[in-house]
Design a protein around this ligand. Structure first.
Ligand code: NDP
Length: 473
């Protein structure tokens, strides 16, 4: 039984002031595998104080020094690849096929921040003025469980590139991954206080961070509801806020698409990360003229999805992270049936032969865009086919959502796909692809968030422009 009873403050592993225990589970079986001692508000305040002490010195470091640090951090996390891989599979239930990406990503994102930093113009000439991009101060980084190591390293990498110090509040459900990453970063020998990690509850530790006057910036990934609560809490001290929230991404299948290519891509877009992805393409917009064909192929593809043991290389959909998430997905499947959507594959319950928090990969058709399953983020392997008459209607349905994080357009005619992509209100639109580019901004329109991560836009968000005018400038 794993026991995690330290947090990381001021360059040291310390026993938290908080005493609340939290059980870790293996989502593939539901069994308890470990116990974490959670931090509380007092721990959050100690972490913020340490980061505040470290800021004046760290904010004056130059590019070269930070670049060395970032590469050193990447190498240290890479050293723990094997441990992290086990943790991502055992603690989160990531299928091995996905887990490899999830443990390489935190390493890559640290190297990428170093590369970005090398070319980033901190000093700019604008008219007669000199403008310098100044680090904001102590950053509060609040992360969820669906890619814990990646979010910690991604947000921290950007904060450090900017010259900020950080207090990180990860999800307590990912405490083992957090512990491994923390040990790696500790081994990298960073200055004390530069980063601090307090694993505790969102409504205690998270809220203490978002309300604290010494936190200048919040970078949050998670639900839209919590994002709104954070924005309200941050308002009192006018913190800068980046919010990466939910989505209900459309996959627009145009009537000329090669279905043998498009359907597997659409199913992968929907079920990536076991469906626990903010960018999942969960609304499949299908031309009515080809509906029967699309339904048959999509049904076959979803029925062929292997949902089960995360350690089986054939598995692409693992368990949901927790009982709460499992119940949430079950509820949405139930609502889909009650509201009149037609179940083509899957449904409530578990796949045969599984225990734990597995969901049956599920496909609905005859879904209307006003149904709950088309409007709300489900965060599980549930795909809804929404028929449309013509391109105009496809675009209208795609944009008829409170979200605007990502969209997919599938067509044999890339010029046509491009024209459709130009009309979609979303932070990213992918054409016949599931590509990612870490140099390009990532984030959402509308209620999918505020601000952007990655690349120079992501770095800008940890900086504040300061203008110098007059003699000697
Ligand atoms: P939350 O948004 O509640 O959790 C994300 C992080 O925020 C966790 O670390 C959480 O801590 C923390 N948090 C919670 N409340 C506060 C608060 N008041 N102040 C500061 N931090 C807080 O997501 P859930 O885990 O509850 O998941 C529910 C749904 O959210 C999912 O089904 C999915 O739809 C969406 N989601 C979206 C993600 C994305 O990638 N955009 C990621 C995860 C979830 P704690 O765990 O202790 O509550």
């Amino acid at each position: 039984m794993l026991s995690i009873d330290t947090i990381y403050i001021d360059g040291r592993f310390v026993t938290p002031h908080g005493t609340e225990p939290f059980d870790l589970h293996d989502p593939a079986t539901g069994a308890v595998t470990g116990r974490v001692r959670l931090a509380d508000e007092e721990d959050a305040r100690a972490a913020i104080a340490a980061a505040k002490r470290a800021f004046p010195t760290f904010s004056r470091t130059g590019k070269a020094e930070r670049i060395v640090l970032l590469h050193r951090m990447a190498d240290a996390v890479a050293e723990r690849r094997g441990d992290l891989l086990d943790a991502v599979i055992d603690e989160y239930g990531a299928p091995v096929s996905r887990a490899a990406f999830m443990v390489d990503y935190p390493v890559n994102v640290l190297h990428e921040a170093a590369e970005l930093l090398a070319d980033y113009p901190f000093l700019r000439r604008m008219g007669t003025a000199e403008v310098s991009m100044e680090p904001l101060g102590v950053a509060g980084l609040i992360t969820p469980w669906n890619s814990n190591a990646g979010f910690i390293c991604g947000k921290l990498a950007t904060a450090i590139a900017a010259g900020c110090t950080a207090v990180i509040k990860p999800s307590e459900m990912s405490a083992r991954q957090t512990q491994i990453v923390t040990e790696a970063l500790h081994a990298a020998g960073l200055p004390p206080g530069l980063f601090n990690i307090v694993t505790g509850r969102g409504d205690r530790v998270g809220a203490a961070i978002t309300g604290h006057p010494d936190i200048a910036k919040i970078s949050f990934t998670g639900s839209t509801a919590t994002g709104k609560a954070i924005l309200r809490a941050a308002a009192d001290t006018l913190k800068r806020v980046t919010l990466e929230l939910g989505g209900k991404s459309p996959t627009i299948l145009l009537d000329d698409a090669d279905l043998s290519r498009a359907i597997p891509l659409a199913v992968s877009a929907a079920f990536m990360n076991s469906g626990q992805a903010c960018i999942a393409g969960t609304r499949l917009l299908a031309p009515r003229s080809r509906l029967a064909e699309i339904e048959a192929l999509a049904k076959a593809a979803v029925e062929a999805v292997c949902a089960g043991d995360p350690r089986d290389p054939a598995t692409t959909v693992g368990p949901m992270v927790s009982r709460t998430q499992w119940e949430r997905v079950q509820r949405y499947i139930r609502i889909g049936v009650e509201e009149g959507a037609v179940l083509l594959a899957g449904g409530e319950g578990r796949p045969e032969g599984t225990e734990g928090w597995f969901v049956r990969p599920t496909l609905f058709t005859a879904v209307r865009n006003d149904m709950t399953i088309a409007r709300e983020e489900i965060f599980g392997p549930v795909l809804s086919i929404i028929p449309y008459e013509d391109e105009e209607e496809a675009v209208a349905i795609a944009n008829d959502t409170i979200y605007g994080l990502q969209a997919y357009v599938l067509s044999a005619d890339t010029a046509r796909a491009r024209r459709v992509a130009d009309r979609i209100v979303a932070g990213r639109v992918l054409i016949n692809s599931l590509a990612h580019d870490p140099k390009a901004p990532f984030g959402g329109f509308k209620q999918s968030g505020i601000g952007r991560e990655y690349g120079s836009f992501g770095l800008d968000a940890f900086l504040e422009p300061k203008t110098l005018l007059g003699e000697g400038v």
